[in-house]
Design a protein. Structure first.
Length: 71
């Protein structure tokens, strides 16, 4: 049962990330005076690429702190 809950949670997270990335690109592009669809698609593809890269880094390296406390 817990596997299905994890799959549904992962799907929900992916759809939320997709919508958030899409809305950011569509809101920011007119503010940057970008009106050509080709330029908007380049912004959108850059956002998705960087989002995937950061996800890959967080899943492999993790969120380790670079600053360590000295005891």
């Amino acid at each position: 049962m817990w596997k299905y809950i994890n799959v549904c949670g992962g799907l929900q997270h992916s759809l939320t990330c997709f919508g958030a990335n899409l809305s950011v690109a569509l809101i920011v592009a007119p503010a940057m005076c970008v009106t050509e669809p080709k330029d908007v698609s380049e912004i959108l593809s850059t956002i998705f690429f960087v989002s995937g890269l950061v996800t890959l880094l967080q899943s492999t390296i993790g969120t380790r702190s670079l600053l360590r406390t000295v005891e």
